[in-house]
Design a protein around this ligand. Structure first.
Ligand SMILES: Nc1ncnc2c1ncn2[C@@H]1O[C@H](COP(=O)(O)OP(=O)(O)O)[C@@H](O)[C@H]1O
Ligand SMILES: [Mg+2]
Length: 397
């Protein structure tokens, strides 16, 4: 009997890893201005001076992390050729899902000598972790660049961004120089910082704007050249992935995802060339995946209420009032063996949230002369997708 794998041959990909999330591009394309500003801000390091603090912002998928990794690698190799430059230590940490204590503790553990035991998880506080961090910085000396990626997710960014840049001027550290690089997907994060923190952190701000279709095409062409066997991907399929992502926030991550998923579909169906149709299919699949994550993030009862509205939508009984939704929602929750929320108000609160999140459309109605006003709701999505996703999520639990 032949092996179940004997028929498998590479027809599409020559190096699929080039399209993976973890791949760090060796060249950054279409970001010359940002790279210029960045290199200017980092120059002090080459001359043994204290680095400027840098703040990067722009929506997800615009190259903030990739450009930072690239810049710091280049800086590190340049530092090695320069007499005046101090030894450079780079500390990159993603703040998503971490508390301030976890972040500082991670930094301390990074700085500890290999022989040291780890900073304890319990028993000591954030202040103790900062003290230890300062001691380690002085022990090592040199220049330290701290990259705080997705810093808008940190619970207490103000404290971190107040403390670290002032460690020298406040006399906590004497032998090391410190520079901060903050990265945020969310520009409003800036408004949440205290005025003192804004002043220090924002010495250099670099904003990343959405890519247009041409820029995305350049980025994709470059990847496609290495990712695919010659001729295995239509030029128009690449253009399509670029154009679709340009329409939708100019996100390079999304463009690369579309190309990879499209190519996977072609591979699975045994075809030899990735075409426009595969990219179209990929788009539906990627959108579904995103919607599924978004639905999964909702609380149990918000999901039941969403499912209820989807059922009305399917029966073409929309738009529908919250009172009517409540009755049917009670049956839905019952069917899942959950006890339904009891007040109309709590159902209305969920409806209002679901509307804000873009799941529902809301219509305001007035009761004529008798006064009073109420809302009616309908789904802003394809009800089939919502119901299918809900069924899948239920199966997983
Ligand atoms: N200018 C670029 N040149 C090459 N690849 C890029 C560029 N911008 C983004 N990418 C790629 O797109 C994806 C998303 O970029 P990333 O830096 O993670 O975005 P952000 O940190 O802004 O969310 C990564 O795979 C990255 O390698
Ligand atoms: Mg990033």
């Amino acid at each position: 009997m032949s092996s179940p794998f004997s028929g498998a041959t590479e027809r599409i990909f020559s190096d699929k890893s080039v399209l993976s999330e973890s791949y760090q591009p060796e060249t950054i394309l279409e970001r010359d201005e940002e790279i210029d500003a960045y290199s200017h801000a980092l120059q002090d390091v080459l001359f043994g001076r204290e680095p400027e603090n840098i703040f990067l912002y722009g929506k997800a998928g615009l190259g903030k992390t990739a450009v930072t990794t690239y810049m710091l690698e280049e800086l590190q190799s340049e530092v090695k050729t320069r007499e005046e430059a101090d030894e450079l230590h780079i500390h990159e940490i993603n703040c998503n899902g971490r508390t301030l204590f976890m972040v500082v503790r991670r930094l301390v553990n990074d700085l500890f000598p290999d022989s040291a035991s780890k900073f304890p998880k319990r028993g000591l506080g954030t202040g103790d972790a900062f003290d230890e961090l300062y001691q380690q910085l002085d022990r090592l000396g040199g220049t330290h660049l701290f990259v705080f990626d997705e810093i808008d997710h940190l619970d207490d960014a103000n404290t971190l961004l107040y403390e670290l840049p002032r460690a020298r001027s406040n006399g906590h550290v004497t032998d090391a120089q410190i520079g901060i690089i903050g990265i945020s997907n969310n520009y409003t994060f800036r408004q949440s910082l205290s005025p003192k923190v804004k002043d220090t952190l924002m010495e250099t701000e670099i904003s990343f704007s959405p890519y247009d279709a041409g820029e995305l095409q350049t980025i994709l062409d470059h990847r496609a050249e290495r990712a695919f066997i010659d001729g295995a991907c239509d030029i128009s399929a690449i253009a399509k992935a670029a154009a679709l992502s340009a329409q939708d926030m100019g996100n390079a991550r999304q463009a690369i995802d579309l190309l990879r998923v499209g190519a996977e579909i072609a591979e699975r169906t045994g075809e030899e060339v990735v075409t426009d149709d595969h990219i179209d299919e990929a788009r539906i699949r990627v959108q579904r995946g995103r919607l599924q994550n978004k639905i999964r993030d909702q609380t149990e009862h918000a999901q039941y209420i969403l499912e209820t509205v989807a059922k009305f939508e399917e029966q073409r009984e929309v738009p529908v009032r919250s009172k009517t939704i409540q009755k049917k929602y009670e049956q839905v929750a019952d069917a899942y063996g959950a006890s339904p929320l009891t007040t109309l108000k709590s159902v209305q609160d969920h409806l209002s949230d679901l509307h804000m999140l873009g799941f529902l459309v809301r219509h305001e109605r007035n009761k004529g002369l008798s006064g009073g006003q109420y809302y009616e709701y309908e789904l802003d999505l394809d009800p089939t997708i919502v119901l299918e996703t809900r069924a899948e999520l239920e199966q997983m639990t």
